[in-house]
Design a protein around this ligand. Structure first.
Ligand SMILES: Nc1ncnc2c1ncn2[C@@H]1O[C@H](COP(=O)(O)OP(=O)(O)OP(=O)(O)O)[C@@H](O)[C@H]1O
Ligand SMILES: [Mg+2]
Length: 534
């Protein structure tokens, strides 16, 4: 108020929530999101069925996918979801873990705030504890270079445990490791290994075949030649990549041609035929023996191309065209007029596969692309197999690049819990309480793994702490036997990078959210109308 006049700063459509109410609202939102995914964690985790407004069904165990499908409104909930999505993009696994950690960090923060500890002190404690957590991870990392194929297989197997693909675990694990090893390269320094994510592709096929997987050294497209007269197999392929249709274009404006004699009809169709034949002739003359066309190919052109023994595939999606251009070392051009030596892609062999409507391109010029082909009996199931295989491919890539592993099944989490707790005592003061709270958050992992496996979480956590205090740092929960055992021996390994990323992003997001004491949400006119405020 100024001289009795109110000063309007915010517009009518801005909803303000302040103080404890804002903090509470953010905490509740994070807890709710964590609650939504916690039952999917670990080998005994369950799946979720999600149905979109249009009736599409997704059945999944993947944290990021579940959260992506939940169309949430709350801003803090949206932030948690973006953390899970970033986790998926950066490292490919650990999305449920990251979400559970944020939920637990916010829950602990709420208890501290109730005790009167200021949010900035909590954020400071969380930050110190996060750095300590990374130190503990580094100190406990098991090192293994790219030649340790057994470690890589264990990492892949751990990532797919509990997912629907688990039934194919023994078959798919070596396939995934071989696939990634085939495309791994040394970086510019020549010291580190790198893997380009785009070089390993996963292709799924739905058919009446049994669930199966196969490694193909090359690039696949689930399309075949457009005319049965074309060759099924072309070796030393010279590939033309065309973006425009090989058809006669309709004119933009309506036009009429007046034909008065039968000669004119014949001449007209001759001209049309000649124009279509010219497409095929130009392609032949350019030296290409395979054509990938992003649009349609007219029947007559298909006929002429098959006559010239050229293999052509039509309606190739733009995304695949770009990937082909990259792998085959070619350039996408508009029409056959633009073809020339410098725009062709090349492959040693292009061949149609048996039984399935797929064409494979092997021995590609540029990238050492490999494809993992997964077959299954229905689309919903195959989609989930693909997501699980993707997690496994990504963890193997992470492990190859860093060569550092940690023991999963709550072994590393218990180590983090104890070590951070010890560190808290060295800090003292109120910040100590925040660091201790951060340490407790790592109990959320054994707690959830045990609960999901129907085990007594309290007994398990007590056992874990006892073993770790006795320096058995690989002791974890064997959910199959229900006992606390050496999980390194049991082969439950994860790339260190997955844990590190989950801890860092959970801690940073929680610190950001707890410092918020005012939320100003601008609403659209439609939202205001719905809420009866306009
Ligand atoms: N055989 C096993 N025994 C016990 N725990 C296991 C075993 N295999 C994996 N785990 C643990 O399960 C957890 C991972 O579960 P899950 O894959 O469901 O979640 P996530 O990786 O966090 O998220 P998402 O895979 O959905 O992105 C890790 O803590 C891992 O150590
Ligand atoms: Mg996982």
């Amino acid at each position: 108020m100024l001289a009795g006049q109110p000063i309007v700063i915010l517009r009518d459509n801005v909803e303000v929530t302040s103080g404890m109410e804002a903090q509470h609202s953010n905490i509740m939102a994070c807890k709710a999101i964590a609650e939504a995914v916690r039952t999917t964690l670990g080998p005994r985790g369950m799946d979720k069925m999600l149905v979109s407004p249009t009736g599409d069904v997704v059945i999944t165990n993947d944290g990021a996918t579940i959260l992506h499908e939940l169309k949430v409104e709350h801003p803090a909930a949206k932030m948690v979801i973006s953390v899970a999505e970033a986790q998926d993009d950066e490292v490919g696994d650990g999305t449920t873990t990251a979400t559970i950690l944020i939920g637990a960090l916010m829950e602990e923060a709420e208890l501290l705030m109730k005790k009167g500890i200021h949010p900035t002190v909590i954020a400071k404690g969380y930050n110190l504890a996060m750095h300590k957590a990374i130190e503990v991870l580094e100190a406990n990392a098991i090192k293994g270079n790219i030649k340790k194929k057994d470690l890589l297989e264990k990492v892949a197997a751990t990532a797919i445990t509990g997912k629907s693909i688990e039934s194919m675990k023994s078959k798919i694990t070596p396939i995934i490791v071989d696939a990634v090893l085939k495309v791994a390269q040394k970086d510019a320094t020549g010291k580190n290994n790198t893997v380009d994510e785009d070089d390993v592709r996963i292709k799924t096929i739905v058919g009446d075949s049994l669930d199966d997987a196969e490694l193909i050294e090359g690039f696949l497209i689930d399309k075949t030649r457009c005319d049965s007269g074309m060759p099924k197999r072309v070796s030393k392929a010279v590939v033309a990549l065309l973006s425009q249709p090989l058809e006669i274009k309709k004119t933009e404006t309506k036009s009429k041609i007046k034909i008065t004699s039968s000669e004119q009809v014949a001449a007209f169709s001759e001209r049309e035929k000649a124009a279509l034949k010219a497409f095929a002739d130009k392609i032949k003359a350019s030296g290409a023996n395979v054509v990938l066309c992003q649009k349609g190919i007219a029947d007559a052109v298909q006929y002429y191309l098959s006559h010239e023994k050229i293999l052509a595939i039509q309606d190739v999606p733009e995304k695949d065209m770009k990937a082909f251009a990259r792998a085959l070392g070619g350039t996408i051009v508009n029409t056959p007029d633009d073809l020339g030596k410098d725009v062709f892609g090349t492959a040693d062999l292009v061949e149609e596969m048996k039984d399935v409507k797929v064409t494979k391109f092997m021995g590609c010029k540029k990238a050492k692309t490999v494809t993992i082909l997964i077959k299954g009996s229905n689309q919903i199931f195959v989609d989930e197999l693909e997501r699980a295989a993707y997690d496994a491919v990504r963890v193997v890539m992470d492990a190859i690049e860093d060569g550092k592993y940690v023991v999963g099944a709550a072994a590393i989490d218990t180590e983090l819990n104890l070590e951070i707790n010890k560190y808290a005592a060295t800090e003292g003061g109120r910040v100590q309480l925040a660091i201790e709270a951060f340490a407790r958050v790592f109990e959320a992992i054994p707690n959830t793994l045990a609960e999901n496996a129907g085990l007594n979480a309290i007994d398990i956590i007590v056992d874990l702490k006892k073993e770790h205090t006795a320096h058995k740092k690989y002791a974890g929960i064997n959910v199959l036997t229900g006992k606390v055992e050496d999980m390194y021996k049991a082969g439950v390994l994860e790339p260190m990078r997955v844990k590190k990323q989950a801890i860092q992003s959970a801690a940073e997001t929680a610190s950001l959210l707890i410092r918020v004491d005012d939320m100003m949400i601008s609403k659209s006119a439609a939202q205001m109308a719905r809420e009866g405020k306009a």
